[in-house]
Design a protein around this ligand. Sequence first.
Ligand SMILES: [Zn+2]
Length: 398
Amino acid sequence: MSTPEPDTTISATPRSMTATAHALLRSHLVTMIRDAGPVSRSELARAIGLPRSTTTALVAELLREGLIAESPARSGGVGSGSGRPATLLSLRKPDGLVTGFDFGHRHIRVAVATGEGQILAEESDQLDVDRQAGEALDRARDLLMLVLDQAGVSPDELRAAAAGIPAPLNSQTDRVGSPTILASWVDLDPREELRRRTGLNFTLGNDAAFGALGEMTYGAARDFTDFIYVKASNGIGAALVLNGRLYRGSHGMAGEIGHTQIDPTGAWCRCGNRGCLEAIVSIDVVRRQLEPLDLDPLDPQDMEHPVATKVLAESGRTVGVVLANLCNTLNPEAVILGGDLASTGVHFTDGVRDSVRHLAQPGPALDTAVIATGLEGRAELLGAVACAAATPYAALSA
Ligand SMILES: [Zn+2]
């Protein structure tokens, strides 16, 4: 058995990270250089909260790929006077556009954006992605053609692509890693299927992981390095960002909080167990509960009905119990709620906050913040775009 590398070595060597965690860190770095640049390496290392060696290695990679440029600092600036003269890093205006795909359990969203992540066009469609893998992949290709047409650009202008998949991905193979979640995708190679349909090489990620990246780049997580992003829609999945990095676990299965057992005698879950969190709480369960009253969970006015407020608050409190346990384990700065349930209004978020306040142990300073996404269900799509925007030129169409 080989001796495990010490943590410092792992931190200093981007190649030892999994592909998605590495992509997430690169995207975060690119965003910081875009927002703060021109910026020195030491300022960057301080701002991102990572060891300088890790930042230096990632910066070297981005320089090699031509995503960023360096220029001499003015004399008298940071680092002048001794040692190597300081240089400042800034984002290069990359040629070419990028595309991001977001596959949910019941929807597909596709966007085309500039290399800096500015959305030019986006479209979405409802589809049973769980059970219709081939149709979902075909529809995603059609949506890509549509958004390219809307933006007035040709497929040749795309230089990178990324797609979020609503299931844990095996960190070695990038295939769906669970035979019980997204069963119709298990025998597929999603990257190859997408390449065959679009001619593009995709970076793949779990949908909640891309949601976290979307929040880090465009949303509520810009100031956090330790947070839990929860996508609560048809399923409930989480991304754990710890010390600025996505934690995927040994096989890419980390964050599957939807299959935490709440009630051993409860409703059967698609995973084969009983009483899982997502068998008890999901946007589908809420929709079924409110159907007799003809209330639409995605209509904010409907969700002020006294029955809806109770259903949503109770749903939030149930999710909050699981998150409070996770807060006691990980002590994050924030829990960020995304997905359709977070878009129903304040009552779901208030329910989550209620459980976290009551059940999570208070810290010496501030309690964990519970925040609803401001990205209106688009965090996963924006995360895919951010990932593609930081994908090297080498990942061009085949
Ligand atoms: Zn389950």
